[in-house]
Ligand binder design. Sequence first.
Ligand code: PLP
Length: 378
Amino acid sequence: MSTVLQAPLLDTYARTDVTFVNGDGSWLVDDQGLRYLDLVGGIAVVGVGHRHPAPLAAAHEQLDRLWHVSNLYWTKPMTQLAELLSERFDGARSFFCNSGAEAIEAAIKYARKATRKTGIVALENSFHGRTLGALSATGQPPKRASFEPLVPGVTFATLNDSSSLATAVDDNTACILVEPIQGEGGIHPARPEFLARARDLADEYGALLVFDEVQTGVGRTGSFFAWERLGTKPDAVTLAKGLANGLPIGALLVANDAAGAFEPGDHASTFGGNPVVCAAACAVVETVDDGLLANVVRRGEGFAQRLERLPGAVEVRGAGLLLGLEIDRVASDAIAACLEHGVLVGSAGERVLRLTPPLTITDDELDHALHVLEEVLT
Ligand SMILES: *Cc1c(COP(=O)(O)O)cnc(C)c1O
């Protein structure tokens, strides 16, 4: 492994001392030439694998053509991406930005404008991003404490506790904001009946039901949107992480029948809808087809079953290739040991290994990962 690096950066990350210089499929190469199997995938971002030929070619072609014109004008990749996403979420309309947090900011503003109400109901242990609005809806007190006062009007309910949700929602609720599977919070899936209750409450009180699919979207759980497997359709969805396979993008998608609230001047993003990023995203969306999704389901199920049998395994949670392995000890030591063995593993909470490999990972690569995990956890 390389020497301990330093750089004149603000101290926001506890980085692992490895510098990557190359990526290919499910593999990364560091500056010493060592190869690593990547079960982090840039935190559920590199969905179709490093340098997948389709988004790579699309981005290259667009780089050679046109980089930026702003939202004063149209570009073809942006229009095409909006159309592709609209097909996936019957007629939805998109707003493009550059990150997950920005997509959440857009969702909060949209819900307030659409309902003329101000309240936000979010969940304890949720994660929606680090900007002030998104942080206000993030139910993790340690992440919030140094930055209070945050945006007022947020009430927190408990995941999978329908009565706590019913207590939190009232006549001033503009939106109910839910991750179909809580990601950063430790890989905790919402139950279908909880989401159905959220749908009913949103309808009853005239609030928007917003699913934060920044982590679960774009095929990560085995369907393009996680809600497709869960039986509850939202009014709006946020996407980001996997949408452009690593180029920065965020999106708010609003269902067609709820889509009339924003008018010109209400919201904007200089870089949002950037043609290079959108060209890559179009290629990603086309690559995440039924065949790839079926593979995510099959590989995810097999992987989860085998993770459950590992020494020290307490519980495996999640769906598709968004999996959390809770172990009977702290995750950090296991993660460091995996790195020594050339396998990158993430965490989501103190005792949870987060496994979010490229959706294109092969059976042989998963075998290799399990072999290393077994050795490390024994
Ligand atoms: C990562 C994440 C965000 C924040 O995305 P950024 O691009 O880091 O701003 C928001 N919501 C969920 C569910 C996420 O996983």
